[in-house]
Design a protein around this ligand. Sequence first.
Ligand SMILES: *Cc1c(COP(=O)(O)O)cnc(C)c1O
Length: 515
Amino acid sequence: MLTGALTDALSGGTRGADALEPLVRTVRGALAEGAARRGGPIAAGHPAQLAALVAREFDAPGGEDALHRLTELLAHGSADPADPSCAAHLHCPPLAVAVAADLAVSALNPSQDSWDQAPAATSLETLLLEELARLVGYDPAGAAGVLTSGGTESNLMGLMLARDRVLGRAAGRRVEMTGVPGVPGVPEPSGAAAPRPRIFASDAAHFSVRRSAALLGLGEDAVVAVPTDSTLRMDPAALAAALGAAVARGELPVAVVATAGTTDTGAVDPLRECAALAAQHGAWLHVDAAYGGGALLSDRLAPLLDGIALADSVSLDWHKLGWQPAAAGVFLVRRAETYASLARRAVYLNPADDEEAGYPSLLGLSLRTTRRADAFKIAVTLRTLGRAGLGRLVDTCHDLARSAHTMIGAHPRLQPHAEPVLTALLFRYLPEDPRLADRADAVDTINARLRRALLRGGRAVVGRTELPGDGPGRVRLKLTLLNPHTTPADVERLLAIVTEAGRAEEEALLRGDSA
Ligand SMILES: *Cc1c(COP(=O)(O)O)cnc(C)c1O
């Protein structure tokens, strides 16, 4: 129990740690109690039941026990990726050491937008980015980057710099200042017709690519969806054809986005071919390695990303295959000079005379102003485990995905989609009853319902997605294996639970129940 004097204690200074200590002990106890009450990967029940529980606790009279009460509730009501049966998303179980490092950041609260709010953290972020640039294969002396909120922000930044550079060159003016040319219905000030800007990404690329195009004033329709093969890897011949067709229509290829590790299957687009085609058309190459960037930590998997060093910009997410608490996004550019269109000066944050006097500022590298020192936990993790230690975690999860694929392939009621590239794999339950087995819509319904049944029972958190295309028969379940402590026996148990739920849904459908 806290004493009244501690409720307004601060976390900094020489006394802050003492104030923090009993609170951290409270959190520790509540985390353990909440996890025990949950007793599995997720609390059983319908979302409305949990929402009612949250509302009751939130509305309860406040006081010193709020930290304990609400932490216990948070733990009870969390989907815990440290449980082997919680494997739906690119939602990793964070390393305890990274969380402890993040606690230090929260206590000290450095803000990366000016040196005088983050003296050491400013240098540390710069050094970490040099190390990550080297990991990607960039020359760290020429590269630049920043920590971001994740792949969504990193993709936006890559496409923004592409827009400013490629469209700016074509228009002969700074489009970040004067606006975007070539958008249908918006004539150039000169009256001349401007070519329509286009972005090329596979049909399995992350939705943030389209969202970015909208935010950048190009419109989502500026994104050309390049077809993928059955593993969801971009077909380079299709990219070449799409670029050629756009140029023939008088359009301007602004960027090619290659995905290194698609969200659903971990497929890596052909990076060298993408780089060659982008260069041939004067387009920017952005590699979205939000998921697959983790392969760079593994000697075995790093060759999958061969060619990433040719990218003009790269997205990496350490809160996926990096075991960091969110957020731990990284954005890198190969040539620092291509970053210039983002630089801004705020007289109260990075005055020129301060910079000349040796006070550096990261303000001009980010879309954000106030910004947490997310570099710190990554730096501590890298120095604690080393690349080799992290690489072993990546390899363990990759091995686990391959065993899961083998188990699924050997199971009469389960159908695998494709050999896992990284740590994610798709599959589905196949109904046994011949009245259902041949009906694609029924197979979809059973798979969608069995996943919800597992959530409701608090038994498992598995993913659900759809293969690209139209029509029924595309629903798939997904395992994203990011827990290096999960064993093949755990996966076997998880698949048994999935099969059992599939059987129950199959019977319910035959009885005519709805769910
Ligand atoms: C997760 C993911 C993103 C989005 O990243 P956030 O960190 O969630 O913003 C973008 N691209 C790919 C390929 C991803 O897997």
